[in-house]
Design a protein around this ligand. Structure first.
Ligand SMILES: Cc1cc2nc3c(=O)[nH]c(=O)nc-3n(C[C@H](O)[C@H](O)[C@H](O)COP(=O)(O)OP(=O)(O)OC[C@H]3O[C@@H](n4cnc5c(N)ncnc54)[C@H](O)[C@@H]3O)c2cc1C
Length: 489
């Protein structure tokens, strides 16, 4: 199940490697200056800090391929990195200082955009926001977005199979990738860029690389799908009669709004209160307060906003008659819609201000999520007195952020390493008992390696280890991430 840890790089070997890498990449492509590397040695959440032999920033697929080959010859481990905005410590090297960070940020070209075909070819370092802007300029849209869009790169999004707030309608990154180019551990280039709608030549290797977190290859480019830009938008904030009713409302909205339904998020009252207290200028969307709220987003590439709002209003009126909805408001314009989303997106920051918390990005089958929340919340709060659960987010995807806030007075940085670890173990046990996943969106990185090894199906882990062994026998691609290492093997 484990794969071998790469042998430590001896100093003389490191010197020889650095000289050869510098000759290959030139001064813009390689640095071992601690100051220039510093920002890239700690993860986004500030949980992990490592050391690196060098920061390599190749400018082309050919340079990536030559560099990976060189690393193989010198036994130098590689930690691929895009925007370093991942949530699981996957892009942070370990403390040994033997690995290089291979940054894809210089490979940031949009190679081509074909609006008629609905396709864009991007290098791995293109930032998501840049892709959105390029698509918009061509009256198109890339149907995946998330809070880290100003930093997250296409390579990182593919390697973590990122989701976001439009998965309900458009799927995760897996559904957006039509073609892929990657460099394998031996330095060969896997060219799967032709966007074939039908292709039955055996295994789908691009899907194997998607979500592999840099452990099977370095993504250098991708062909992604684009959709026509939207012409109408309707956004509602809904006070619900309960979390079970949320699921029934979701199903009614799917029937009533069809393809227009793009997002269905849930927000419990205590999360809303925290945001209202923390976010300057935030206002409650409804006069009354409800234990559970839903944020519903509908868009259309053909209908205008007035028609879409009318349809959403009629659907909500029917849900009110059915006893699902206590109150609702539809945003009058984009500014109001963005204000609703700011309440949803502000939860994590508001929660941070309340004290330490353990965050769990988990999924269970969509149909089971309300019951899971209702069962797991009192179990965790009873097992760890003083804690409180905040479950919010993508109900329509069967994925909530199941956060457990520490008891009052708990010390940040201490509680997480003591009781917090036991809390997470119990949450992951519960999720597994419910047939769910301990990582719905953010990947495994270094954060959840132990939990995955403990809880995932042994047969699935054995297949993953066999694939890793076949594609990266020396274990040089992102060691210690996703799959456990065998020390000294
Ligand atoms: C504010 C905020 C909100 C977010 N919200 C969501 C959300 O709603 N849904 C969601 O799914 N995610 C969310 N994320 C996480 C998001 O998915 C990641 O930030 C993103 O996918 C990582 O992109 P990156 O370029 O920063 O990758 P990095 O953080 O640099 O790397 C992430 C992983 O991918 C590997 N990697 C990076 N580039 C490559 C490459 N070219 N080839 C091979 N491996 C590579 C790294 O080794 C690492 O294992 C959020 C992040 C932030 C900061």
């Amino acid at each position: 199940m484990n794969h071998p840890a790469p042998p430590p790089t001896a100093p003389a070997q490191a010197e020889a490697f650095l000289a050869a890498a510098a000759a290959l990449l030139g001064p813009r492509g390689l640095t071992s200056d601690p100051e220039r590397m510093d920002a890239w040695l700690t993860d986004w959440r500030g949980r992990y800090t490592g050391r690196a032999l060098a920061l390599a920033s190749p400018a082309s697929t050919a340079e990536v391929a030559a560099l990976v080959k060189l690393c193989g010859e010198h036994g130098v481990p590689i930690v691929p990195q895009g925007g370093n905005s991942g949530m699981a410590g996957g892009a942070t090297p370990d403390a040994s200082g033997s690995a290089i960070i291979l940054s894809l940020r210089r490979m940031a070209a949009i190679r081509s955009l074909d609006a008629a075909a609905g396709q864009v070819v991007c290098e791995a370092g293109v930032v998501l926001q840049t892709l959105h802007e390029a698509a918009e300029a061509a009256q198109m849209r890339f149907p995946l977005t998330l809070g880290g869009k100003g930093s997250a790169t296409i390579g990182g999004l593919i390697s973590t199979n990122a989701g976001g707030t439009q998965v309900l309608r458009h799927g995760t990154m897996r559904a957006q990738v039509l073609g892929l180019e990657a460099v394998l551990a031996d330095g060969s280039v896997l060219d799967l860029m032709t966007p074939l709608k039908k292709d039955n030549r055996g295994f789908d290797l691009k899907q194997l690389l998607i979500g592999s977190e840099g452990t099977l290859g370095i993504v250098t480019a991708a062909c992604l799908r684009l959709l026509p830009a939207t012409t109408g938008r309707a956004t509602a904030w809904v006070g619900l009669n309960g979390i079970i009713e949320a699921r029934t409302l979701l199903r009614q909205m799917e029937r009533a709004m069809g393809d227009a339904l793009e997002g269905f998020e849930v927000v419990p009252e205590h999360c809303l209160s925290a945001v209202l207290a923390h976010q300057p200028g935030a206002r409650p969307p409804l006069d009354g307060r409800y234990a559970w709220n839903a944020l519903i987003e509908c868009v259309s590439p053909t209908q205008d906003s007035t028609a879409l709002r009318d349809a959403l209003e009629a659907a909500l009126a029917a849900a009110f008659e059915d006893g699902l909805v206590a109150d609702a408001v539809i945003a009058a314009n984009d500014t109001q819609a963005e204000a609703f989303w700011a309440l949803r997106d502000g939860i994590s920051a508001a929660e941070r201000a309340l004290g330490p918390a353990m965050q769990h990005d988990i999924s269970v089958p969509v149909e089971a999520m309300p019951e899971f929340i209702l069962a797991a919340t009192p179990q965790i709060e009873a097992a760890f007195p003083g804690t409180s659960v905040a479950a919010f987010g993508h109900l329509g995807d069967g994925n909530v952020h199941f956060h457990v806030l520490a008891p009052q007075g708990a010390v940040r940085g201490v509680w997480e390493e003591s009781e917090g670890k036991a809390v997470s173990a119990q949450v992951y046990d519960l999720v597994t008992q419910w047939g769910g996943s301990i990582s719905a969106e953010h990947g495994i990185g270094q954060m959840k390696v132990d939990a995955l090894a403990r809880l995932h199906d042994p047969a699935a882990l054995a297949v993953m280890a066999a694939v890793k062994q076949a594609l990266d026998p020396a274990g040089l691609l992102n060691p210690g991430k996703l799959l456990p290492l065998t020390p000294g093997a």
